[in-house]
Design a protein around this ligand. Structure first.
Ligand code: ADP
Length: 369
């Protein structure tokens, strides 16, 4: 089936559905899409806040209808709408579900967001190496990037091909360096991002998280999209996070951004598990000496001022960048090397604070779990 035939079949399947007041869904003027990407269809239904409960069954039926289309093995239907009092009525905002872990993430003990106030500070690099550090402790770890416009996991972990479809048509995470990994870039392509702009993407992301069969995990790391706007707030509220890690560079500006990140998570009662200072100092590749280009101790002092744990500092090194570009993160390449040791120590601190919050989680020390 070509695209046109698939979309015609999708519209036909949707034609059977009606809104709670009896209006046919396809005539309601509330639809964006459907859009096809590979073997997946996506659709957004716009609603207002008071309609959320009534429309959940419409959403579920629309998803089932799209899944009934031949050769389609995945469907995402998002409820989106205007927030009351929104200053920009043209910008759709996800209607956020009450805070609770979606049942499909029930096998995941801890969902941890890795966030930064702005892009380019090394959030994705940190997410991957922290995940590998947790894995080196013998934990079962998943990682997912949630940045539709710049998914970086396929490069960082050298993920190739498409994820396989498992039970209930849910996607099976890909395996890389002992991690269970999934990337937005493998689920939705840039074409879809054209219709799901800004915050609208985010309600889809929480649903996509559930579209993956994560199985049993000790920790699922979510590499958040950069920034601290409504979009990030929606993920924080939609996934019942155990906590968040904020990545910052030492410059003042980045710290201001980091403060915004801390404030955002606090607003929705998500504990801040720690701040990581990335590119904290420069290690000269020729002489190996350390240069505190941005001064020393700024991020640690700032973490103390914000009353959040300081997990540690990662230097700016060519090795780290080269390893990431090659799809061989430093912790996978040399867990006992100087950088591997830094990340593993931070992972240990992170795991202890997660365990403190939930002492029922077993301490796993054995490798190869
Ligand atoms: P973000 O996710 O915040 O946008 P990335 O993790 O993609 O940032 O990092 C941006 C770039 O900086 C990448 O090329 C990455 O390899 C590089 N980088 C990140 N951290 C370091 C570091 N400590 N030393 C050297 N290069 C780094």
């Amino acid at each position: 089936m070509n695209d046109d035939q698939t979309l015609t079949a999708a519209r036909k399947a949707l034609a059977e559905l009606a809104l709670p007041d009896g209006t046919p869904l396809v005539d309601s003027g509330r639809l964006s899409g459907p859009v096809r990407v590979g073997n997946r269809l996506s659709l957004a239904i716009s609603i207002n806040e008071t309609e959320l409960q009534d429309f959940e069954s419409v959403r579920a039926k629309a998803e089932a209808a799209l899944l009934s289309v031949p050769r389609i093995d995945g469907a995402i239907v998002a409820l989106t709408g205007e927030k009351k009092g929104s200053p920009a009525p043209s910008a759709p905002t996800p209607i956020v579900q009450p805070k609770s872990k979606p049942p499909v993430l029930g096998g995941v003990r801890h969902v941890v967001a890795v966030a930064s106030g702005k892009g380019g500070v090394g959030k994705s690099t940190t997410s991957v190496n922290l995940a590998l550090g947790l894995r080196a402790l013998g934990l079962k770890v998943g990682i997912m990037d949630a940045d539709i416009h710049g998914p970086s996991l396929p490069t960082l972990l050298a993920l190739h091909g498409r994820p396989r479809v498992g039970r209930d048509r849910r996607l099976l995470p890909m395996q890389a360096h002992g991690l269970h990994a999934m990337s937005m870039g493998l689920m939705v392509d840039a074409e879809t991002a054209m219709i799901w702009r800004g915050p609208m993407i985010m309600s889809a992301i929480t649903q996509m998280l559930g579209d993956v069969d994560w199985g049993e995990l000790d920790v699922l790391i979510i590499d958040m999209p950069p920034g601290t706007g409504d979009a990030q707030l929606a993920i924080a509220q939609g996934t019942d996070l155990s906590g968040a890690v904020i990545v910052s560079t030492p410059q003042d500006l980045a710290l201001i951004d980091a403060r915004r990140g801390v404030a955002m998570f606090r607003k929705v009662d998500v504990p801040i598990l720690g701040v990581i200072e990335n590119m904290a100092h420069f290690i000269c590749p020729d002489c190996g000496s350390r240069h505190d280009v941005f001064g020393a101790g700024g991020a640690e002092a700032e973490a103390a001022r914000m009353d959040v744990p300081y997990l540690g500092a990662v230097p700016l090194t060519m090795d780290l960048r080269a390893a990431s570009d090659a799809g061989q993160p430093v912790v996978a390449r040399a867990p006992d090397g100087p950088l591997g040791t830094i990340y593993t120590a931070m992972a240990e601190a992170l795991w202890s604070s997660l365990e403190d919050a939930d002492p029922a989680v077993p301490q796993r020390q054995a490798q190869g779990v």
